[in-house]
Design a protein around this ligand. Structure first.
Ligand code: 5GP
Length: 184
């Protein structure tokens, strides 16, 4: 845990504890970047950042990738009310890039039920990319409803609501450099 992490804990007493420190995140992101660089040698993949939560992960990850690549952004929302996502995605913001015959790496903050990413992959498959892989910083595997391929996973975490490093509570706290658990 860095001094910064410690400072945030004092400033935000509603954070119960730090689950993954900023140092741990940066180390793991570097490892994932190296892994992706090796896997995509000779290709120019497009990293697709799923907004909003994945933006810090995209920024850090791509700075650890040594192969040429492009980035693009997508925003999706789930249809239907309730606390759990229905998995039927509505595209709020679509890609600029034509992904036909391209290698795509979907960059997500967290895979929870898996419904959003499964649905999104189905939509993107209709555009005939060469390949689609998924990179997610967090894997809440115990909450999975739909089995999805997760090629590059940062950390497996328990079924708890987390904030920080892109993940929000009421649109706030995305800037925290660590992953924290809020007090109930
Ligand atoms: P799912 O995999 O259930 O379709 O949905 C994944 C999305 O739900 C993530 O991209 C994220 O926006 C949101 N989500 C899931 N778990 C958490 C969590 O613990 N904290 C926050 N802030 N968002 C979460």
């Amino acid at each position: 845990m860095t001094f910064d992490d410690q400072e945030y804990l004092q400033r935000y007493p509603f954070i119960e504890r730090i689950l993954i420190s900023s140092d741990e995140i940066q180390l793991r992101v570097r490892q994932l970047g190296n892994e992706i660089s090796r896997a995509y040698e000779g290709s120019t993949p497009i990293f697709v950042c799923i907004l909003k939560g994945a933006y810090p992960f995209l920024a850090d990850l791509t700075r650890c990738v040594s192969v040429d690549h492009e980035v693009d952004f997508m925003a999706v929302s789930s249809y239907g009310g309730g606390t759990q996502s229905s998995g039927v995605v509505k595209i709020e913001k679509d890609l600029k890039a034509n992904i036909t015959d391209r290698d795509i790496i979907l960059v997500e903050d967290i895979i929870d039920t898996g419904l959003t990413i499964a649905n999104l992959m189905e939509v993107l498959q209709t555009r005939n990319p060469r390949s689609i892989r998924v990179a997610a910083l967090l894997d809440k595997r115990a909450a999975r409803i739909k089995d999805v391929p997760l090629h590059y996973a940062g950390f497996e975490i328990p079924k708890e609501f987390v904030i920080g490093y892109g993940l929000d509570y009421d649109e706030k706290y995305r800037n925290l450099p660590f992953i924290g658990i809020m007090k109930a």
